[in-house]
Design a protein around this ligand. Structure first.
Ligand SMILES: [Zn+2]
Length: 399
């Protein structure tokens, strides 16, 4: 076939680096536009490339039905974490690269005509790592699904908990599991889709708790890396260890589904799994959650947090994040003058505007002061669950 060149442009313009992708499995060179048309699955060997959150939503939901919620949530830097770069700089770089505020997006839409609450993760944003924002979005999606009796779909793509948020990232495991347990007790279905990769804290929490867990072919799924696992048990690992098919053969997954069939498969499951209706319009006679009746995980955690959190007198004052400093002149004076702050503010301004019903908010504005409050909220929520939940639908309608 003769090749027609559009014009004689400088070589670097004619061949931008993102024009072709080499398939890591069969080494075929694939034209990116062609690859996008086939949902980023290699036409010659079936290798599933990673999908961005936007592409994932477009793949699963009916066209134009997605309404994003809590778009304004973004991380702060509660620990003042610095490795080769400071955490706010890393966030800004990821925001610039992806156009997202954090590694997850949640909202509502219809899938084959059925309304769902959906949360999708994007590995392109800091390896899809789960910090306070990702955990909060999954939790809010589950709470909304419970309040509105909508099936919940979560698509995971994550390397695990975000180390830059330390313990706050690890706390998301307990938080998301708590919300999903209330969803389960309320009889609302939850479908988990595990894409490549689903590892670490995401694997250890919400990703494997679906009523149905489906995975894409050859996705890396596991808790620790293969080398760590092999070292721990001092044995060679079997072929295909931590891949979808291996986990399916060992009963850990319900299905391995090709991307082209994923939407249809989920729609079929949604046909079988219908949210239980709210009896008498209340939550009062819902089934009790399984487990030990006297053990309340949230009370336990908040008690623990109160003991280990420093008192306010010792609290360091550098807890305010970049977001606060952008909006409050008084807080800005506490941030050391650096070009990074201005650059981050510019990145924040370049991100898509937040819809009017959402406000830009920091997930954990000031952990030292907020944590005891959050913890006590959690306690109230756990103990007075029945009293607290009926208000949530109203909240949702207002929002
Ligand atoms: Zn290939």
């Amino acid at each position: 076939m003769p090749i027609k060149l559009p014009s004689f442009r400088p070589r670097r313009d004619a061949y931008p680096p993102d024009l072709w992708t080499k398939c890591p499995s069969c080494e075929e060179m694939l034209f990116n536009k062609q690859l996008d048309k086939v949902q980023r699955v290699c036409p010659s060997c079936g290798h599933h490339f990673r999908l961005s959150a936007a592409a994932r939503l477009a793949l699963l939901l009916d066209h134009g039905t997605f309404v994003e919620r809590d778009a304004g949530l973004q991380s702060v830097d509660p620990l003042g974490f610095v490795d080769q770069k400071s955490y706010p700089d890393r966030l800004a770089a990821a925001q610039l690269a992806t156009g997202m505020r954090d590694a997850a997006v949640w909202g509502t839409g219809t899938l084959d005509g059925r309304p769902v609450a959906i949360c999708v993760m994007d590995f392109g944003f800091m390896g899809g790592s789960m910090g306070a924002v990702v955990g909060e979005k999954v939790t809010r999606a589950a709470e909304y699904a419970l309040a509105q009796r909508l099936p919940l779909v979560v698509v995971s793509a994550s390397g695990g908990a975000r180390m830059q948020e330390g313990t706050l990232a690890l706390m998301q495991l307990a938080k998301t599991i708590g919300a999903l347990e209330r969803l389960r007790a309320g009889g609302v279905p939850y479908l988990s889709v595990l894409s490549d990769p689903t590892t670490g804290g995401v694997f250890a929490s919400f990703a494997v708790l679906g009523d149905i867990n489906v995975a894409e072919p050859n996705a890396l799924i596991g808790f620790a890396g293969a080398r760590v696992s092999a070292g721990t048990i001092a044995q060679e690992l079997p072929a295909g260890f931590q891949r979808s098919e291996f986990l399916f053969q060992h009963g850990f997954l319900d299905r391995v589904v090709h991307r082209s069939e994923l939407r249809g498969e989920i729609a079929r499951f949604l046909g079988y799994l219908v949210p239980a209706s709210r009896r008498n319009g209340t939550f009062a006679d819902e089934p009790e959650p399984l487990g030990l009746p006297s053990f309340r995980p949230l009370s336990f955690l908040s008690n623990l947090a109160e003991r280990v959190m420093p008192s306010e007198a010792d609290a360091p004052t550098n807890g305010s994040g970049s977001h606060d400093s952008a909006h409050e002149p008084s807080a800005a004076s506490q941030v050391p003058p650096e070009s990074g702050a201005a650059r981050r503010a510019a990145v924040a301004a370049s991100l898509p505007a937040v819809p009017a019903h959402d406000t830009v908010e920091a997930a954990v504005p000031d952990p030292v002061k907020q944590e005891p409050e959050r913890a006590s909220e959690g306690t109230v929520d756990a103990d007075a669950h029945d009293a607290a939940t009926p208000e949530r639908p109203q909240d949702a309608e207002r929002g």
